[in-house]
Design a protein around this ligand. Sequence first.
Ligand code: SAM
Length: 283
Amino acid sequence: MGNNYAIVGGSSRCKKLRRTDSRLRIVLEPLLMILELLEWCLTPASLRARTNGLLAEQIAIRHRANRCRSSWQSHLQSCKSFLTRQLSRGNHVAVLGSGHLRDIDLRHLKNNFSRITLFDVVHPLEVQILALFSGGRIELCSCDLSGALHVRDPSLPIALDKNLRSLLESADALVSSCLLTQLALPASHRWGKHFNSALVGAGVARIQQNHIELLESASTAILITDTAQRYGHHEWSPLLSEVRLPKPAERWVWDIAPAEEHGLEDLGAEQRSVEAFVFSSHA
Ligand SMILES: C[S@@+](CC[C@H](N)C(=O)[O-])C[C@H]1O[C@@H](n2cnc3c(N)ncnc32)[C@H](O)[C@@H]1O
């Protein structure tokens, strides 16, 4: 009996909380949209990054990361500590798909490398400000790391710009964190409107394999990537094409989105399986 009261009382409190939560959302959501729009206008970015949604996506990631802060915390910490343990001293480190640098221990990079170059198709405003006041220690390179943003047809050659490739090859260490599964998205969305899924899939596989080969050719490289996804307790489904990867040095699960984040409560929370690799030509 006592238990019944507790359950009934609990559920009405939950309803009240949900009502307050939805009222808060009605006020906050337009405000956040205005802030995102303002940031979109103020962030220096190429026309391509603005028009193909990459800048908007970059800004949206920050808001998503803030909403999911507590569930992302252990994943971000795992990325940082893997990098700290695996990256030793050098002159020049290149961070690929650096974005908001949430998963990178910048202090460790500053203590161990004299030159840090961040590569991304678009750099968030706060990172541009950080680089500006870094006394030249942090350089930004805005570039396409897929080699496919300008490729109209997935059966055409896909390759990195030559100057970009030689800049990357000259670095002592490459870091690619939470980029690999994102790398082909803009090109594959565009190809998907005109080509069949087999051709698009082959293009995506080439982009991902090229990225892995770039890391393999470096003297030292770290790759951290999500490799599979699941909702609730459903089966894991793979996120990468059939690429050749060595055995991971570490694995963990990233609670990427609580069920409410997608508005798909029936499916359940979304998780990603993350794997971390070390490539070394000295091995
Ligand atoms: C999931 S985020 C990576 C997370 C990032 N390390 C952080 O902590 O914010 C993926 C990043 O890859 C970048 N990106 C996606 N496609 C790219 C491309 N073709 N070339 C360069 N950067 C790309 C995005 O702009 C974004 O910053």
